[in-house]
Design a protein around this ligand. Structure first.
Ligand code: CAA
Length: 240
């Protein structure tokens, strides 16, 4: 029977590429989204991948959504905690609201996504947790105190989960994308984006599919002894 994979934020951006790759690799995929009904409907129509709408920042909504996915597709074997937002501002202008929105979605959202599936994975003695962190969690970033804090926090989560899950056949790993050609990066002012690209030795933005292939490896049986690690895919922009 096909393994079941849950991809949060799985209908757009990097998440979309991950959902499609996992489906192509034979997984039964469920993709979540937070608000953009139109993009989700288009995604389902094009890919045949079912989407589920819930806010990862809310524990009850996440637990209920995950229960629905498991009722539809079966127990979740692979979790890709990908959903994330930016609320960039220089620190002196960052509001408590911008801080909390990003923490609630990008960091607490990982807890809310993994915690409900964890007991089942422990029972079944198999699981793959893959968290999409960021180069900016590794190096920090001007105007991203909130975002960088969450992405660094993601690395603490996977290193801890790796130790807790190892004897139960569960691995937890992170992927740290560099700057990838998605709406999130395209939202950065053009001048700033050009200056970012000039700092990438590869001389280009990454493609979402390049991150999806890292995720597919971490999800596979081949990666069973890879646990608590980070794959940096950033065109040589930064070495952690
Ligand atoms: N390093 C140093 N200085 C910087 C800077 C940087 N990276 N970016 C901007 N500045 C400076 C500007 O030159 C400007 O300086 P001056 O006032 O001396 O001219 C100042 O900071 C900008 O100050 P403002 O008050 O005008 O800033 P603002 O309130 O308008 O905010 C901004 C602008 C939000 C910082 C905008 O420049 C921005 O979005 N920057 C990009 C931040 C970024 O890289 N985000 C990553 C998004 S992609 C992502 O997150 C995905 C991933 O995981 C990689």
């Amino acid at each position: 029977m096909a393994r079941v994979a849950l991809v949060t934020g799985g209908s757009r951006g990097i998440g979309e590429a991950i959902s499609k790759k996992l489906k192509a690799d034979g997984y039964a995929v469920a993709a979540t989204y937070a608000g953009n009904d139109e993009a989700a409907a288009k995604f389902t129509k094009e890919t045949g991948i079912k989407t589920y709408k819930w806010n990862v920042a809310n524990y009850e909504d996440s637990a209920a959504g995950i229960a629905q996915v498991e009722a539809d597709l079966g127990p979740i074997d692979v979790v890709v905690a990908n959903a994330g937002i930016t609320r960039d501002a220089p620190f002196h202008k960052m509001t408590p609201e911008q801080w909390h929105q990003v923490i609630d979605t990008n960091l607490t959202g990982v807890f809310n996504t993994v915690h409900p599936v964890w007991p089942g994975m422990r029972e079944r003695k198999f699981g793959r947790i893959i968290v999409i962190s960021s180069i900016n969690g590794q190096k920090g970033q001007f105007a991203q105190v909130n975002y960088a804090a969450t992405k660094a926090g993601d690395l603490g989560i996977v290193k801890s989960l790796a130790q807790e899950g190892a004897r139960a056949g569960i691995t937890a790993n992170a992927v740290c994308p560099g700057y990838i050609a998605t709406e999130m990066v395209m939202a950065v002012p053009e001048k700033v984006r050009d200056s970012i690209i000039s700092q990438i030795p590869a001389g280009r933005l990454g493609e979402p599919e390049e991150i999806a292939r890292c995720v597919a490896f971490l999800a596979s049986d081949d990666a069973g002894f890879v646990n608590g690690s980070t794959i940096s895919a950033n065109g040589a922009q930064f070495f952690a």
